[in-house]
Design a protein around this ligand. Structure first.
Ligand code: ZN
Length: 661
């Protein structure tokens, strides 16, 4: 572990108003940058400083990390200012409930708009150093999660640290340390090791406290190396097997138990693959989490899936419910029992989440967990905390509060979509509308602009000419590989050929229109169908055209293809309906905010009909302009719950067309 302290950088921070707090922000971010120290909201830091209040009186305050802030991005506003004497008094109480603790800490803040102080605020307050840093360093926790962990810690640190056996964080931990330290001299101490939990370091200046953390963790890393408890790079030779249909089945099964669609991220890195393929993975993989606070993200254990993944997942859920019943006091409400990650021997590791972000957090924690487990095995055996301690943490209301108040989920949260013709017009609008409703997706287009258009983890894009069947297959497989399944297909890509009457039809015009406007949709549907059948309330929307019910002269190449696409959708509604997949058709008309309709073309067309551009754009029964966004909103509705019981329908979005009506 290297110190990232840089005098010039530190000086830049310290120039700002409150120097002590500014340096606290600086070194907190240094800790946050290192995932082997803290992950996703883990760890906390504080600084003690005096401030002058409104009445000119000086007050001693503890600025402690506020809940909901991440160390890597924390700002001064992320630290809650709490009166130090109140916190110190709280440590002397015999008993204090969690809700009382939160209430009194909040009442002792000098800024009511600051976030809630960390659950470790009291502990930070009683440590008699100006700066206190706390992490869940992998190396330290790995060593403490073994047989004889405490003895090993003693060997490594001697009297440099205070060693604290595991107890619940919060008031109980603060109280325990308060009792342990009544008669000791803090001065020679550099930190504390909390068994099965993490490390505290402290000092009277920011640099000392931070660098002590680095030194303490480095000592643990050196110990692991000296004991040969370091993982060799996994063999790169073994490639993961691939079974995308089974992956989609696993996702469907987890979604069903979760009661909502999830993203399933398959990780096939050599590290994940070699862990998943260990002969002893069932034994070592299910003993418990790396640190108890991971449990809210990952549950105590992953599910190990084999040849019959659905049965494995059901058994996992039963075991989770039994674990709950064994440990509940009868007052608690059981959390959703679906697994958060899966070990899939031979194939890799899968992380689940209601969003790509959530699945990624699980995946990051899993990476650190599987490394620690295997290192601890080399050190004499991985030993997680007893089940009861894990349970208490999982069901601790203050820990659950970290996950934030969950509002109503978005309509398409956790759904996976595939959109063609996604770089412009209706396809582009569909991508944005689906994203806004919570879906993750693959966006395809044959325009190279697609690769830089979206820039979001939830939207993967792929350059793809969908008239080639193998390209389509590859794109569909890539979607499954990244998100675990497919629920929504927006079959949109199309072309509007030059107007040619039947007598003068150029065969190339005809063939090209049929290839893009009809055959590509058929090939795409064929490639998607097996995955849609394993989707969560799966639905297809074909973007067809007003030309189907109301064709015009000179556009047979277009109208015939679109009529064929519509008929394809109707047959698909019949065939896929048995599998629970809905197929509906949208007939847009006169959508002018697309690539082909430049101002110039619009003016010419309007003039041709003796209209102004405005009149031409709103030439329909409702006298309204139809935009790509309108079509996308309808597509989103059709794949959502509103149309859950509609299939085989053709819905116009054209402002009303007399010939269609
Ligand atoms: Zn902690």
């Amino acid at each position: 572990m290297k110190s990232l302290w840089n005098n010039d950088e530190a000086a830049k921070f310290a120039l700002s108003n409150n120097d002590l707090l500014a340096l606290r922000v600086y070194t907190s971010r240094l800790l946050g940058q290192e995932p082997a120290l803290v992950l996703h909201g883990g760890g906390n830091t504080s600084v003690k400083a005096s401030a002058t209040n409104l009445f000119g009186e000086s007050e001693e305050l503890l600025y402690v990390k506020g809940s909901g802030w991440d160390l890597v991005t924390i700002e001064a506003a992320g630290f809650a200012p709490v009166k130090l004497d109140v916190l110190k008094k709280m440590a002397q109480l015999e008993q204090l409930s969690d809700s009382e603790m939160v209430r009194v800490q909040r009442a002792a803040m000098t800024n009511p708009n600051a976030p809630n102080p960390s659950v470790e605020a009291i502990l930070h307050a009683i440590i008699p150093f100006r700066y206190v840093d706390h992490t869940h360093a992998d190396a330290v926790v790995t060593i403490t999660n073994t047989e004889n962990g405490e003895e090993r810690i003693r060997q490594i640190y001697g009297n440099r640290v205070l060693i604290v056996p595991y107890v619940m964080p919060g008031f109980i931990l603060a109280k325990k340390i308060y009792a342990l330290t009544q008669d000791i001299d803090w001065a020679p101490l550099e930190g504390m090791i909390l068994l099965n939990h993490g490390v505290f370091s402290f000092g009277d200046d920011a640099k000392t406290s931070y660098e002590r953390m680095i030194e303490l963790v480095t000592a643990a890393e050196n110990y692991l190396e000296a004991k040969n408890a370091v993982l060799a790079p996994p063999p790169a030779t073994a490639a993961a097997k691939e079974n995308l249909l089974t992956l989609a089945r696993i996702r469907k099964s987890v979604s069903a138990l979760k009661g909502a669609a999830v993203i399933a991220q398959l990780n096939t890195t050599p590290e994940s693959l070699s862990f998943a393929s260990r002969a002893d993975v069932v034994g070592i993989g299910t003993r418990g989490p790396l640190t108890p606070d991971h449990v809210i993200r990952t549950k105590p254990t992953p599910v190990i899936v084999g040849d019959k993944p659905e049965e494995d997942i059901v058994r996992y859920v039963e075991a989770y419910c039994e674990y709950f019943e064994r440990n509940t006091d009868g007052q608690l409400t059981r959390l959703n029992p679906a697994p958060c990650w899966a070990v899939w021997p031979g194939f890799g590791v899968i992380s689940f989440g209601r969003s790509v972000k959530e699945a990624q957090i699980v995946s990051d924690i899993k990476d650190h967990t599987i490394e620690a487990i295997q290192m601890a095995e080399l050190l004499g055996g991985w030993k997680a905390l007893p089940e009861k301690d894990i349970f208490d943490m999982e069901y601790w209301e203050l820990e659950q509060a970290k996950l934030g108040k969950k509002g109503n989920p978005l309509t398409l949260q956790g759904k996976v979509a595939l959109v063609t013709g996604a770089a412009s017009g209706i396809g582009h609008a569909c991508v944005e509308a689906l994203y806004a409703q919570g879906a993750a997706m693959m966006a395809l287009d044959f325009s190279p602009t697609i690769s830089t258009l979206f820039g979001k983890k939830e939207i993967r894009s792929m350059l793809c000419d969908i008239t080639f069947e193998e390209n389509v297959q590859r794109a569909v497989e890539s979607t499954i590989r990244h998100f675990g399944g497919l629920d929504i297909l927006i079959s949109n890509a199309g072309t509007f050929p030059l107007s040619e009457r039947i007598a003068e039809m150029n065969p190339d015009t005809w063939d090209y229109s049929l290839a893009i406007n009809l055959t590509s949709h058929q090939q795409l549907l064929k490639a998607c169908a097996p995955y849609l059948a394993l989707g969560v309330d799966a639905a297809v929307v074909m973007i067809a055209s007003k030309n189907v019910p109301a064709p015009g002269p000179g556009v047979s190449a277009y109208s015939v293809a679109k009529a064929g696409q519509t008929q394809l959708a109707r047959v698909a509604a019949l065939e896929l309906g048995e599998l629970g997949v809905r197929v509906n058709v949208i007939h847009p008309n006169a959508v002018f905010d697309t690539g082909i309709w430049t101002e110039d073309v619009l003016e010419k067309r309007a003039k041709h009909y003796g209209m102004t551009v405005e009149e031409y754009k709103t030439n329909n029964v409702l006298k309204t302009e139809v935009t790509s966004k309108d079509v996308a909103a309808l597509a989103c509705a059709l794949v959502g719950p509103l149309f859950a019981k509609t299939t085989g329908a053709q819905v116009p979005v054209d402002g009303g067309n007399e010939r269609v009506i």
